[in-house]
Design a protein around this ligand. Sequence first.
Ligand code: EPU
Length: 351
Amino acid sequence: MPVENRWDQLESAADGLAISRDVSLRRFSSLGIGGQAAGFVSVDSEPALSALLERARKMEIPVKILGGGTNLVFTDQGFSGLLIRLGEGFKKIEIDQTGARAGAGAHLTALITRAIEAGLAGVEKLAGIPGTLGGAIYQNSGARDYETAQAVESVTFYDATRRRIRTLPKSELGFGYRTSVFHKMPAVILSAQLALEPAPRERLAAEVSARMKHRTETQPTGRSVGCIFKNPEGASAGHLIDQAGLKGRRAGGLVVSDIHGNFFINRGGAAFGDFEELVATVRETVRNKFGVNLELEVEVVREKTTGARGQSGAAETRGCDPREAARPGEPPVSEDRALCGWILCGEGNFV
Ligand code: EPU
């Protein structure tokens, strides 16, 4: 099928959707690196999203869901599929005295502000983390003593394997340090039920101020994707990188921050090769000096179905094996080859 017709056919799956073609990925990642996405679309409703995903699946067009783009690194090769942003319809926040129901596209800042206005505690410790709720759930984002999972009661998502919307309680969401079940399951996080409880507004506001102050004092501004590596057990990646004398180390346009060692800053014109080089240098130096293997915390978006590792040793987003998505006690859901490499595992990563 001619390429143009392919995109038109995809557009016709959901009324009124306009897919932009050949858009630069730089504006979709806060690091400002990346080639082009073949297609980009903003979707405003669950029916439109389901229809679009279903059509893309049939056409074997890979899809990737975008959130704030504050934890994503794109390659210079770009993305041959469709990048989807959850629009206004996914940003709703409904609050009552026991909790909040919030859309995956809601920004954490908006959620925290609304909860504090209502005098409710539960999400204020996420203050300063950029990105959307969907991304925070996907990655179980957090600071040292607090993570998103602590506020989550249940998550509603489009299960791309079973092709229907499902809700799972927290106990089945596989939350761990910077991970969730959505790292292994082709799915799109749609909304979440969060547990909140009454608390004095002043205390909540003070908590937010203290966290923002710590960030301002210890983290750089500038184009970055936050912490590049996960903290190894019992240590801080930033501290190790600092102690290894790597602050200020440069690869092309990318530099290890002088303020926090776990941040890479794009000083302008950085390419994906610079990212790979700097990741490799930092990992090798820290391994040689401290015997510690640093694991990537950020997500590299690559179109591969092999799960292979890049030169940097970076974990890569990859197409899922649908059999992996089968839950204990349930039969394999589908052997449909079209699912492999269709919706990228990690597609829920809106961070
Ligand atoms: N440190 C150094 N040098 C550095 C950086 C840190 O000596 O260059 C020391 C600090 O002085 C401190 C310790 O390392 O004693 C920990 O530093 P920090 O409080 O900055 O916390 P972190 O472990 O480096 C974690 C999260 C951050 C989050 C902060 C909030 C991870 C990988 N990082 O950083 O999350 O903002 O806590 O305090 O879990 C992110 O996820 O993108 C991210 C930035």
